[in-house]
Design a protein around this ligand. Structure first.
Ligand code: 13P
Length: 253
């Protein structure tokens, strides 16, 4: 089974755009039977409930783009994992590089968010990856290893299977640049090796590891299938249901 996750980011900025998107998605999806692909769409918080209601009873799952680690209380502007669950989210993106960069999210905060998601029964989509400077300095493996270890601090191995790891090199996001299949496969093997070392072989096999960064249907084969990834985390192309579902068809093969 492959996983195709759409990160809609801060788009579909009013209810009209949301409704147009949902209608178009359903129209494009009609008649397409995906046997091997799980789709998760991650709209902004305010659209979660509409998305969940619209796709009720269908194969499409809904995820959020962020969460807070406390259940409730005086945390102005934050959103509880319980709220996400009650609105229909079954997954949540955690540690996206845009949150690390623009909102100063640290590895420690990301770890708390992963724990909170798991405790609530929501699958964290845990993003890791090096930026351009780190890549140039040949630090990619070191950066990925540090992010993975810090994010997993205190997570019991029995919960590992609930996490989806997304290798998203920061320099590949929204740039049209992508690593070659071997580089992606190396990142996957590095993550898996770290899981084996920390949790043992049996548990380390459980989580999915997907790729994100400038994915479109033309390169989906290269960045997912040839590099033996379990799927893709898609930004820009998820805004076009037509293009997004073409990626799904590549992954389904
Ligand atoms: P793009 O697919 O637009 O490069 O974005 C990737 C991303 O950030 C998904 O989380």
């Amino acid at each position: 089974m492959k996983w195709l996750i759409g990160n809609l980011k801060m788009n579909l900025i009013n209810s009209q755009e949301r409704e147009d998107y949902l209608k178009l998605f359903k129209k494009e999806k009609k008649g397409k039977r995906l046997k091997n692909v799980e789709i998760i769409l991650c709209p902004s918080f305010t659209h979660l409930e509409s998305f969940a209601n619209y796709f009720k009873g269908e194969e499409i799952k809904i995820g959020a783009q962020n969460l807070f680690w406390e259940k409730s209380g005086s945390f102005t502007g934050e959103v509880s994992p319980e709220t996400l669950k009650s609105l229909g989210a079954s997954a949540v993106i955690v540690g996206h590089s845009e949150r690390r960069k623009y909102f100063q999210e640290t590895d420690k905060m990301i770890n708390l968010k992963i724990k909170a998601a798991i405790k609530t029964g929501i699958s964290p989509i845990f993003c890791v990856g090096e930026n351009a400077k780190e890549k140039e300095a040949d630090l990619a493996a070191k950066v990925i290893a540090k992010q993975v270890m810090a994010g997993l601090e205190g997570i019991p191995r029995s919960q590992l299977g609930n996490i989806i790891f997304a290798y998203e090199p920061v320099w590949a996001i929204g740039t049209g640049l992508t690593p070659c299949s071997n580089e992606i496969l190396s990142a996957k093997l590095l993550i898996r090796k770290m899981l084996v070392n920390k949790f043992g072989l049996k548990y380390a096999q459980a989580p999915k590891i997907i790729y994100g960064g400038s994915v479109n249907f033309k390169i989906a084969d290269q960045v997912c299938m040839a590099s033996e990834m379990d799927g893709a985390l898609v930004g820009g192309e998820s805004l076009s249901p037509h293009s997004f579902l073409k990626i799904a068809e590549v992954l389904d093969n």
